[in-house]
Design a protein around this ligand. Structure first.
Ligand code: XLS
Ligand code: CA
Ligand code: CA
Length: 441
């Protein structure tokens, strides 16, 4: 049975009016010897696209899906068929999941693991048949009420052990399915209030937990990249992995910075009061950029709305960071995004992904052109040119003392600064976005 009536979605170029076509994503078109498909490495998020029902804190689910009326295990099986058909039709090479997305939880942990085994076997078969790959999997250690106080940072040692058992199982699955990465999002790893929180113990336990996971991965020979996904708040009022800089400091303190990279989500960046580009950039300059959860927040809503990315200003700057990083390595662009509650039809799953894929494909085209022209590089070179010669060069070479600088300043105290013409830079960026030349089909 087919779940989606469309044929494989084709590239029709920027002037196409067919909603079921790509306007900018042309998978085989090459940029510096690599195809768009190889650079963008798109992924489908199992949870938003195949498991969630589009409910929100004020209303029930609205999604209409062919598998709605099936029993839990049959639903899980139908979803496996549906996601593989979906990936074929959209030409998406990767998918990502939490354990609870693919199989229902049983009454006991043993039963949960048995449900997982059954579905993982189906997924493995489909992967072999289609060549589709697992970008990452993760353990959902936040939804069930047992995680009320957190998982690795819970005040209850039994919960720490239970969470460990789940991560062990998910690492086995990662190995079995060849997951290219393994994600840790600290769901409830944070606190509501410091009045009753032993923060030092909780952070030490979080590091202990990560070390146990790494040791087990080594033990079973799982070599996928470990990723931490920062988020500042929601559901807790303070999440320990607040943003890249905070989580990086944590990893450095516990000597785990060689074990992890970051999975950066656009909406989490904005929740942290940063731009998406800031988080990508900070990770890149520290050699910690691993993968991306491609979505966007709503500028008027202060929560994690997980919209499909359509803002080409943001996708261009994201692709700029990714290209400057030399690509995403084993990472990819996972659409951790959901249709709006009002876009409830099954077809909307296809349409939303086309919108997101095109936004990143256009971003890639523009960013590639800007890099060819050394647009930002030239601006920055001119801005910082005082460090290329004279006293600036000596500062960079660490050849001066504080007294040397004081002596220099006494002779050079009439400072001249240059305007950096920021508004012109923004206008020129607009020109790039509007004048990008794309061959029509
Ligand atoms: C929630 C997170 C979550 C992670 C994986 O806000 O985005 O879905 O990506 O657990
Ligand atoms: Ca995410
Ligand atoms: Ca999110």
């Amino acid at each position: 049975m087919a779940y989606f009536k469309q044929d494989v979605i084709q590239y029709e170029g920027p002037n196409s009016t067919n909603p079921y076509s790509f306007k900018y994503y042309n998978p085989n078109e090459k940029f510096d010897g690599k195809t768009m498909e190889e650079i963008l490495r798109f992924g489908v998020a199992y949870w938003h696209t195949f498991t969630a029902d589009l409910s929100d804190p004020f209303g029930v689910g609205t999604a209409v899906r062919d598998w709605d009326s099936l029993s839990e295990m049959d639903k899980a099986k139908a979803r496996v068929d549906a996601i593989f058909e979906f990936m074929e039709k959209l030409n998406i090479p990767y998918f990502c999941f939490h354990d609870v997305d693919i199989a229902p939880e049983g009454k006991t942990l043993k039963e949960t693991n048995e449900n997982l085994d059954e579905i993982v076997a189906l997924i493995k078969k489909k992967m072999e048949e289609t060549g589709k790959k697992l970008l990452w999997n993760t353990s959902n250690n936040f939804t069930h009420e047992r995680f009320v106080h957190g998982a690795a940072t819970s005040s209850n040692a039994d919960v720490f052990a239970y969470a460990a058992a789940k991560v062990k199982k998910n690492l086995d699955i990662a190995k079995e399915l060849g997951a290219e990465n393994f994600v840790f999002w600290g769901g409830r790893e944070g606190y509501e209030s410091l009045l009753n929180t032993d923060m030092k113990l909780e952070l030490d336990n979080l590091a202990r937990f990560f070390k146990l996971a790494k040791n087990y991965a080594d033990e079973i020979g799982y070599t996928g990249q470990f990723l931490i996904e920062p988020k500042p708040k929601e559901p807790t009022s303070h999440q320990y992995d607040t943003d890249v800089a905070t989580a990086h400091a944590f990893l450095q303190k516990y000597d785990l910075d060689d074990v992890f990279k970051f999975n950066i989500e656009a909406n989490h960046a904005t929740l942290a009061g940063h731009t998406f580009q800031h988080e990508l950039h900070y990770a890149r300059i520290n050699d910690m950029l691993g993968s991306v959860d491609a979505n966007q927040g709503h500028p008027l809503l202060g929560w994690d709305t997980d919209e499909f990315p359509t803002d080409i200003y943001e996708t261009t700057l994201a692709m700029y960071e990714i290209l400057k990083n030399g690509g995403l390595g084993s990472g990819g662009l996972n659409f951790d995004a959901k249709p709006r509650r009002t876009s409830f039809a099954q077809d909307d799953l296809i349409l939303t992904h086309i919108a997101g894929m095109d936004a990143f494909a256009l971003g890639l085209r523009v960013a590639h052109k800007m890099i060819e022209d050394n647009f930002f590089e030239n601006i920055k070179k001119e801005k910082y040119e005082s460090f290329e010669t004279g006293i600036g060069q000596k500062i960079l070479n660490e050849e001066v003392t504080l007294s040397d600088l004081a002596e220099y300043a006494l002779e050079n105290d009439q400072i001249t600064n240059k305007s950096d013409h920021l508004e012109t830079i923004k206008a020129q960026f607009n020109q790039y976005l509007l004048n990008i030349n794309i061959e029509d089909k």
